[in-house]
Design a protein around this ligand. Structure first.
Ligand SMILES: C[S@@+](CC[C@H](N)C(=O)[O-])C[C@H]1O[C@@H](n2cnc3c(N)ncnc32)[C@H](O)[C@@H]1O
Length: 434
């Protein structure tokens, strides 16, 4: 009954709370036995998924790399498809597929990790007249590998079988993660953004601004626990651990973003940091877990703000503090350009008053909201000037089209600010101590 088995089972149970009666483990030689943890279930250790049916839980332990489905040249579409199809066929609807892979010896985890994540996220097939696929719960580092062997690339994917409605024939993307990874947060896009914002950050002002924002918590207790929602490539997470001595969990929906963060922490080996690729709205963080919850410029991406606030409230310890900066909306009538910008990104912008009202509705106290748009204007102006001045350096890695996209994007944001359409807002509140 190892720590790894416990972590896997906690995640699988969170994805499918009804529990597991029929369990299959592949391969027979796996050290994952879950002895004593799945006592009421029928257990089988198998050599192939073809012999499995009506399963509620399938655990596949280090098979994809060893069987050549994931190689140094990338994913092997045909064999990987057959494997995923047999897993879907073997599972009951609502059942969970757990895939564990150690990518530390793999040639290019920076590519393998997001490509495998994105692949399973959108894998859909017709099986016996039903259009089924995987509802992605998370892809997460195994804590015991971090702490026992300094391996930050030992991973588990938790995927729940679900029936879907087929997408429209002209749909460019299938899930919101797919949308983020294919549009705003492509690998090249992330690189160019990082050049603009500063090392390790995908948010205005980079490292120094993030320190200024973190200072607004009003101090930290050394060794306390922080959750960073939408942690991007991990600048804020690593800063909170290194500068303030916090234990920090970073979560992000984008596989491209978080894979970059994970590869960096694997090289750096700071065991105060861990990550999960997941949706902060649906992931079960547990109750009363974190002393601090932090989020930099993420929540404008999230449609169900009530579900998000509920999840934040639940996982904060009594007396814990949440601090969020976000893109917001001002009081000016929206220009056509701003409408288009907002629609293209599927943003859900709120006014300061809306944020405050929501926080009070969910039970927070000491609610503080602040309009930081003037600071945003200053940062954008400086960043655009820096791009102009250092364009020779920018062109070493990026194209004219990428330069234009950033330059014009920053200029457009300055116009949206001028029209009081685009705001940059801060929210801080406390969960009551009793
Ligand atoms: C502008 S970036 C900010 C990254 C980071 N906080 C920083 O300061 O560098 C916003 C991030 O929010 C993430 N995100 C969007 N929706 C999310 C969700 N539902 N759950 C977790 N992360 C999400 C995006 O993938 C993206 O990495």
């Amino acid at each position: 009954m190892s720590a790894t088995e416990r972590q896997i089972l906690r995640l699988a149970n969170a994805a499918a709370p009804a529990g597991f009666k029929q369990v299959a483990i592949l391969p027979r030689t796996s050290s994952l036995k879950f002895s004593g943890l799945l006592s009421s279930s029928t257990h089988s250790e198998v050599t192939s998924l073809d012999s499995v049916s009506n399963a509620d839980l399938i655990v596949v332990d280090k098979v994809l790399v060893s069987d050549g489905l994931v190689t140094k040249d990338g994913l092997q579409g045909g064999p990987l498809d057959s494997f995923l199809l047999s897993a879907l066929t073997a599972l009951n609807t609502g059942g969970v597929l757990v895939v564990r892979e150690d990518l530390s010896q793999h040639a290019n985890p920076r590519v393998t990790l997001p490509s495998l994540t994105d692949y399973v996220d959108v894998f859909r097939r017709d099986i016996s007249g039903k259009y089924v696929g995987f509802d992605f719960y998370c892809a997460e580092q195994l804590d015991s590998s971090i702490h026992l062997t300094g391996n930050y690339l030992d991973f588990v994917w938790i995927l729940r079988k679900k029936e879907f409605t087929p997408p429209a024939a002209d749909a460019a993307t299938v899930t919101f993660r797919d949308f983020l990874d294919k549009t705003q947060y492509t690998n090249t896009g992330i690189g160019a953004y990082e050049w603009m914002f500063g090392k390790d950050f995908i948010s205005p002002g980079g490292y120094d601004e993030n320190i200024r924002v973190l200072e607004q918590f009003g101090g930290f207790e050394y060794g306390a626990k922080m959750l960073d929602i939408g942690s991007g490539i991990g600048g804020g997470v690593r800063q909170a651990a290194a500068v303030y001595g916090l234990q920090v969990t970073g979560v992000d929906l984008s596989a491209n973003m978080l894979s970059e963060a994970i590869v960096r922490i694997h090289d750096e080996k700071d065991s105060r940091v861990n990550y999960s690729i997941c949706d902060a709205v649906t992931y079960d963080f547990g109750e009363n877990v974190y002393d601090y919850i932090f989020s930099r410029d993420c929540i404008q991406h999230i449609p169900d703000q009530d579900a998000l606030f509920k999840n934040i409230y639940k996982s904060l310890k009594p007396g814990g503090v949440v601090l969020i900066t976000m893109y917001g909306k001002g009081k000016g009538a929206w220009t056509e350009a701003f409408k288009k910008y907002n629609d293209q990104r599927f943003y859900h912008l709120q006014t300061l008053d809306e944020v405050k009202e929501r926080a009070l509705k969910h039970g927070f106290e000491a609610v503080h909201v602040e309009n930081m748009t003037e600071r945003f204007r200053e940062i954008l102006t400086n960043e655009r000037a820096h791009l102009e001045k250092e364009k020779a350096d920018f062109f070493k890695n990026y194209t004219q089209a990428e330069f234009d996209s950033l330059y014009n994007g920053w200029s457009a944001k300055l116009k949206y600010i001028e029209a009081d359409n685009h705001n940059w807002n801060l929210f801080r509140a406390r969960k009551p101590a009793h």
